[in-house]
Design a protein around this ligand. Structure first.
Ligand SMILES: Cc1ncc(C[n+]2csc(CCOP(=O)(O)OP(=O)(O)O)c2C)c(N)n1
Ligand code: SF4
Length: 277
């Protein structure tokens, strides 16, 4: 007893913890899947900007269909592809809410292409968090609009044929949306390393600020691994993103009206960003 008293427990400094905006529910994702990391980043944003009490997340159909179990904020389950339309309704009725959608590439770039493009064209003040894994994960690995040329999927067993009159080349959503003046922030980043995860965090901060400063539509696309449907080991899948996927979907910021100074001093309400990660 005396010995214990003379050696008190060292104080432990907490340097990292599960975000409060993420529930304790264990995630159902496959090993090596990017969805879990992206969930954590979204939850981290909600915590850091203090938005928990006024956030509404619109969650999709696809592997992340159960996201409503994981985010501790209010969520609405949208039909496949309709998340930006649902988000539009929520934001217009409740403009003080922070509204985001969380969508896969089948959801956002195929089934919901019209909703995505028109929400961006209207400059809806919503944040879109886009998980591009180049395939329909949940339904068994079918070809998506973002599937790479030559990539084998269950609906392109010989490899995606991108020749004219066949499937056409992969659709680059950042490039496509960047021509629309309603877009305030657009960026893409591979979720392949701690450094890139930190970059994703930085981009997501700007996307959130775009909404809080009422500048318009914002989207952050992450290039995310689907080792199961790609038939790759998790580390091979990450290498594939860094070596091949980024050549088709180059990372970076495509539109950034968040860093622009307001037209006149005091014209915009200043919203402080959390400390850079
Ligand atoms: C209108 C409609 N079409 C098709 C489906 C079937 N479906 C459910 S999930 C899914 C694929 C989802 O793929 P993606 O959005 O890329 O997300 P991932 O599972 O890869 O995360 C499809 C086609 C559906 N539910 N609704
Ligand atoms: S099928 Fe792919 S996207 Fe879906 S949970 Fe598994 S690894 Fe993730």
């Amino acid at each position: 007893m005396e010995a214990e008293a003379s050696h008190p427990e060292p104080e432990v400094e907490c340097v990292f913890k599960r975000p409060d905006a993420l529930t304790e529910t264990p995630l159902h994702y496959c090993p090596g899947c990017g969805h879990g990391i992206f969930h954590r980043l979204v939850a981290q944003m909600i915590d850091e900007f203090g938005l928990m009490d006024r956030t509404v997340g619109i969650v999709p159909v696809g592997c992340s269909v159960l996201a409503y179990n994981y985010f501790a904020c209010d969520t609405i389950e949208a039909s496949h592809g309709r998340a930006p339309a649902v988000a539009t309704g929520v934001k217009r009725c409740l403009p003080d809410r922070f509204v985001f959608t969380y969508q896969g590439d089948g959801d956002l770039a195929s089934i919901g292409m019209a909703e995505t493009v028109h929400a961006a064209a209207r400059g809806e003040s919503i944040c879109v968090f886009f998980v591009n894994n180049g395939i329909y994960g949940m339904t068994g690995g079918q070809m998506a609009p973002t599937t790479l040329a030559g990539q084998k999927t269950t609906t392109s067993p010989l490899g995606r044929d991108v020749s004219v009159g066949k499937t056409g080349p992969p659709i680059d959503m950042c490039k496509l949306l960047s021509s629309l003046p309603g877009v305030a922030y657009l960026a893409r980043v591979p979720l392949t390393s701690p450094k890139n995860v930190r970059k994703a965090h930085k981009y997501m901060c700007k996307a959130v600020r775009a909404q809080l400063e009422n500048k318009g539509f914002s989207m952050v696309e992450v290039l995310s691994a689907c080792p199961v449907q790609w038939r790759m080991a998790p580390l091979v899948a990450l290498k594939h993103i860094d070596e091949d996927v980024v050549k088709v979907f180059p990372p970076g910021e495509f539109v950034n009206r968040v860093d622009e100074k307001p037209a006149s001093a005091g014209a915009q309400e200043k919203v402080a960003a959390p400390a850079a990660n």
